[in-house]
Design a protein around this ligand. Structure first.
Ligand SMILES: Cc1cc2nc3c(=O)[nH]c(=O)nc-3n(C[C@H](O)[C@H](O)[C@H](O)COP(=O)(O)OP(=O)(O)OC[C@H]3O[C@@H](n4cnc5c(N)ncnc54)[C@H](O)[C@@H]3O)c2cc1C
Length: 489
C-alpha cells in the first residue's frame, strides 16, 4: 500500500490549499516544499482579495461575481488576515470617463454576493482627508469596498490547518525524481537526507518550476507556457488615511498603493515575461521607475529610485495572456492515463480564488478515493474563529489581557494569530516573561512558536514571510535572532 493518498510538490498557495482541502476530506497527504512555505510567487501577490475591476472591465461578470463570493468566504474564514478597506480611484477623463468608472462600480456593488461591505460612493477629494496626499487639481474620486490580505501568512496558516488535519508538511524537502507506476514513487532530498515516499496520486504545484519539474523530475513533456514575473515596491508611508489608492496609469493598467505594515506603502504591480531561475527573480530598475512614475503622477510626495526600501518579485507560469482569464483562474491539467497513477498539474491564479481552485482540484480526484464532502468554505483558518466585524474588539481584548502590549503591537499580533494569540503570550504579565527581545516587537516566545508550529527555520522565514518585521528590525537584532534560532530553543 502507498504511504500516502496524495503527494504535492510545492508549498505555495496552490499547494497548501490543496493539502488543506484534501487532508480535511480524509486523504493521507504529504506536501513537499524545497525551501520555505510561500517563498515563491505566493509572497509577491498584490495582496488583494477582490472581484477585480479590470476583470469587470473585460466583461468577466461571472468571474467577478464568483470572486466576490470568495471575498465573503475569506472574511468569514480568515477575519484576522483579511481586512476590508475603502479603495479610492481618483477620477479624470484621461484614461476612462468618470461616468464609465462610476457605472462599473455600481455594477460591482450589485455583483457582491451579500452587500455587507459599504457600497461605492463619489467623493469630492478637495474636501476629504483622502485628498490630502494627492496632487491638485484632481477634484473627484470614487470610493468602493474591497479587501487586502497578508498573503504569506495565508499560505502558512493554510499549511498549519492542513497539518492539524493530518497532512505531513515537509519544508526544505526537494522532490528530485518521481516514477509513475500504479502509484508514484518519489525521491526526496529532505533536509539533506535522501528519502523515498510513495503516493497514489501526485499534484505538481511547483509554480514557475512547473515545467522544469515536469521535465527533470517527472520526465514528461513540460507544459508549453511562458513564465511571467510580477513586482512591487515598498516605500515610506505616503499617506495617512487607511485607504488603498487605485491609480489609472497611462497604459490603462490599474496601479494599487496600499498601507503596508503601519509605516510603509506598497505600490504595484508591474509584470512582464520572465526567463531564468525563478529562485533568482528580481525587479529591474525599469520596473521600479515605472511604478515610481505611476505614483508620482498622483501623489504630492515624489518618490525616486533611491526611496525604494524593498522590492518584492515573484514568477509563475501563465497560460494565455498575463492579464486575461487564465491569470485570474490559473491553469489545471489532469492526466489519468489508464493503469497509471493520476497526475494533476496546477499553476498560477490569484489569491482570491485559491480556495475554490483547490476545491476544484481535489474534486478531480473523487473518482479515485472515498472522500468526505467539500468543507473549506465553512471552516475558519487557525485563529479565525471570530466575526470580522469584531477585529477591533479582539485587539482591545488583547491589550486588556496583556497590559504590556501597545495598541499597534496588539494589532499586529491579532492580525497574525487571531484568537490563538494565547498560544504565544500565555500568562505573561510583562514583556520579560516572553524571553529575549529582537527589536521592539519580536520576542523569544513568538520565535519559538513559529519554529515549532509554523516551520520557521531561518530568520528570513520570520522576518519576511511569517511577519514583515524585517522592514524595521535593526541589524544587531537580526544577528541575535539568527543566533537564537541556530541554538534551536
Ligand atoms: C505574473 C503573476 C501575476 C500574478 N497576479 C496576481 C493577481 O493578480 N492577483 C493575485 O492575487 N495574485 C497574483 N499573483 C500571485 C499569485 O499569488 C500566485 O501565482 C499564486 O499564489 C499561486 O502560486 P503557486 O502556488 O502556483 O506558486 P508558488 O507560490 O511559486 O509556489 C511554488 C512552490 O513550489 C516549490 N517547488 C518548486 N520545485 C520544487 C521541487 N522540486 N520540490 C519541492 N518544492 C518545489 C517552490 O519552492 C515554491 O515555493 C501573480 C503572480 C504572478 C507571477
Amino acid at each position: 500500500m502507498a504511504d500516502y493518498d496524495l503527494a504535492i510538490i510545492g508549498g505555495g498557495l496552490n499547494g497548501v490549499s490543496i493539502a488543506r482541502d484534501a487532508a480535511g476530506r480524509g486523504l493521507r497527504v504529504i506536501l513537499l516544499e524545497q525551501g520555505d512555505l510561500g517563498a515563491g510567487a505566493s509572497q509577491a501577490s498584490p495582496r488583494l482579495i477582490h472581484g477585480d475591476l479590470q476583470v469587470l472591465e473585460r466583461r468577466g461578470l461571472f468571474r467577478v461575481r464568483a470572486a466576490l463570493r470568495e471575498r465573503d468566504t475569506w472574511l468569514r474564514t480568515a477575519p484576522h488576515l483579511v481586512r476590508p478597506m475603502r479603495f479610492v480611484i481618483p477620477a479624470h477623463s484621461d484614461e476612462r470617463q468618470p461616468w464609465v468608472l462610476r457605472s462599473w462600480l455600481l455594477l460591482y456593488d450589485r455583483l457582491a454576493a451579500r452587500p455587507r461591505l459599504p457600497a461605492s460612493a463619489t467623493i469630492d477629494i478637495t474636501h476629504h482627508p483622502v485628498g490630502n496626499a494627492l496632487k491638485r487639481p484632481i477634484g473627484l474620486a470614487f470610493e468602493y469596498s474591497d479587501c487586502v490580505v497578508d498573503d504569506s501568512r495565508l499560505v502558512v496558516l493554510t499549511a498549519v490547518d492542513a497539518a492539524e488535519r493530518g497532512a505531513d508538511i515537509r519544508t526544505g524537502a526537494r522532490c528530485v525524481r518521481a516514477d509513475r507506476l500504479d502509484s508514484w514513487r518519489l525521491v526526496v532530498i529532505d533536509r539533506g537526507h535522501r528519502r523515498v515516499v510513495t503516493a497514489r496520486a501526485l499534484v505538481n504545484a511547483s509554480g514557475a518550476w512547473t515545467a522544469s519539474v515536469a521535465e527533470t523530475v517527472l520526465r514528461m513533456k513540460p507544459p508549453e507556457f511562458g513564465a511571467v514575473q510580477i513586482s512591487q515596491i515598498v516605500v515610506r508611508r505616503l499617506f495617512d488615511t487607511d485607504n488603498v489608492y487605485v491609480f489609472q496609469n497611462s497604459d490603462r493598467r490599474l496601479i494599487f498603493a496600499s498601507p503596508y505594515e503601519r509605516d510603509f506603502t506598497l505600490i504595484g504591480t508591474v509584470g512582464h515575461a520572465f526567463k531564468g531561475d525563478p529562485a533568482a527573480v528580481s525587479m529591474t530598475s525599469g520596473d521600479v521607475g515605472y511604478l515610481c512614475d505611476a505614483a508620482n503622477r498622483y501623489f504630492r510626495d515624489r518618490i525616486e529610485l533611491v526611496d525604494v526600501i524593498r522590492t518584492v518579485s515573484g514568477a509563475n507560469l501563465v497560460a494565455g495572456p498575463a492579464r486575461g482569464r487564465a491569470a485570474r483562474d490559473g491553469a489545471m491539467a489532469f492526466d489519468r492515463t489508464r493503469g497509471k497513477a493520476p497526475l494533476l498539474t496546477i499553476f498560477g491564479g490569484d489569491v482570491t480564488t485559491a480556495r475554490l481552485r483547490a476545491e476544484r482540484a481535489v474534486a478531480r480526484l473523487t473518482p479515485f478515493y472515498p472522500m468526505s464532502p467539500r468543507w473549506t468554505a465553512r471552516t475558519p483558518l487557525p485563529g479565525g474563529d471570530f466575526a470580522w466585524e469584531r477585529f477591533e474588539t479582539e485587539v482591545d481584548a488583547a491589550v486588556a489581557r496583556w497590559r504590556f502590549l501597545s495598541e499597534p503591537q496588539a494589532r499586529r499580533l491579532v492580525a497574525a494569530y487571531g484568537s490563538r494569540l494565547a498560544a504565544i503570550l500565555g500568562d505573561a504579565t510583562e514583556r520579560a516573561d516572553l524571553g529575549p527581545a529582537f527589536g521592539p516587537e519580536l520576542t523569544g516566545a513568538e520565535v519559538r512558536h513559529l519554529m515549532i508550529r509554523e516551520w520557521a527555520r531561518f530568520p528570513d522565514d520570520i522576518l519576511w514571510r511569517r511577519s514583515k518585521l524585517g522592514l524595521t528590525m535593526p541589524a544587531a537584532d537580526r544577528d541575535a535572532l539568527a543566533a537564537f534560532m541556530a541554538a534551536k530553543p
